[in-house]
Ligand binder design. Structure first.
Ligand code: P6P
Length: 329
């Protein structure tokens, strides 16, 4: 007997009698958009969707055609859901808002439509990352998402790879659904996913290592020397969703520290760090900006960046403690 994402959400919502199935209606917009994107990615080499369109997004990054397609699919599918009051995307400078009838439009969705875009042309995993917040007409869309990540109603990602997996949490554990191309549905494949307490993999772009703050360099040196009683290996795909998905399964630590070119880190708080931090904590892991819990950071701008450390409690807390100690000195 298969359980689809919608069925799972409806089962979950039975525990919340006040929910009127509107959340599952909203989520169906998300899953549809990602299936449309997956169909394009799966045939990328055959369709004229590779390469960039010669424009750059708000981040100053070249927009790949698949970026644009993924963004438009999400804006279209979610815009059709009257439960959605606002959409905030990595690809759009300002929020997209909708005038909904009184009593509808209760959610704001934040997303990175196609993360890891630099890997698209070389057929390496890419992903979609999303966060869902409640918002009310009084609060307004920007204020609704400029809240700490602990206010997320739900969050998750889709990793497009050898198989396409939709991973999400609504605050009661982490669930994975694998897309079955034979029926075009996401089918429950991973229940109550848990991140190992510790691992033996660290994931960082070593090319930036010389510009990391000394305490980070010292910590990475300790991992390499087996100072914590186990040998580590290094894995870095350069696609956040793929690097995180591996960390969720295998444990260990992913880091994007402050660097010479990105003093505040490169990754974005609202649509990269917060949703993955929500998933990590729900799975028993941990996520910081080095020293502070990611989910407690008060955002000031929808595109703000943050240093990002996520993974098993053991490694993330060891790094946090050594960074706090370095600060205290
Ligand atoms: P770097 C991809 O462009 C991305 O936004 C994330 O998916 C990834 O973790 C990071 O940038 C890679 O950045 O500087 O190591 O190439």
């Amino acid at each position: 007997m298969i359980t689809t994402v919608q069925q799972h959400i409806l089962n979950e919502q039975q525990r919340f009698p006040h929910a009127r199935g509107r959340f599952s209606w909203l989520l169906s917009g998300l899953t549809l958009a990602t299936k449309m994107t997956e169909a394009k990615i799966r045939r990328a080499g055959l369709l004229d969707v590779l390469g960039d369109i010669g424009e750059v997004n708000v981040q100053g990054e070249k927009q790949q055609k698949l970026d644009v397609y993924a963004n438009n699919a999400l804006l279209h599918c979610l815009g059709l859901r009257d439960t959605v009051a606002a959409l905030i995307s990595e690809e759009n400078e300002e929020p997209i808002t909708f005038d909904r009838e009184q009593g509808t439009g209760e959610y704001a969705i934040v997303f990175d439509p196609l993360d890891g875009s630099s890997n698209i042309d070389v057929n390496v995993n890419v992903g979609t990352i999303f966060s869902i917040y409640r918002c009310s007409p009084e609060v307004g869309s920007k204020a609704a998402v400029l809240q700490p990540g602990i206010k997320q109603v739900a969050a998750g990602y889709v990793v497009y790879g050898p198989s396409t997996i939709f991973v999400y949490s609504a605050g009661s554990g982490v669930f994975g659904f694998t897309l079955d191309p034979a029926i075009g549905a996401y089918v429950l494949s991973h229940e109550h996913m848990r991140m190992p307490e510790r691992g033996n993999i660290y994931s960082v772009n070593e090319a930036n290592a010389d510009s990391f703050p000394p305490a980070y360099q010292d910590f990475l040196g300790k991992l390499r020397k087996g100072a914590f009683g186990r040998k580590y290996t290094s894995r870095y795909i350069g696609s956040l969703v793929a690097d995180f998905h591996r960390t969720l399964f295998k444990g260990g630590i992913f880091l994007y520290p402050p660097t010479e070119t990105h003093a505040q880190g490169k990754l974005r708080l609202l649509y990269e760090a917060n949703p993955l931090a929500f998933i990590a904590e729900q799975a028993g892991g941990m996520a910081t900006d080095g020293t502070r819990r990611i989910l407690e950071i008060e955002p000031c701008d929808i595109h703000q960046r943050t240093p990002f450390v996520i993974g098993s409690k053991d490694e993330v807390s060891r790094l946090r403690d050594s960074l706090l100690q370095a600060k205290a000195v």
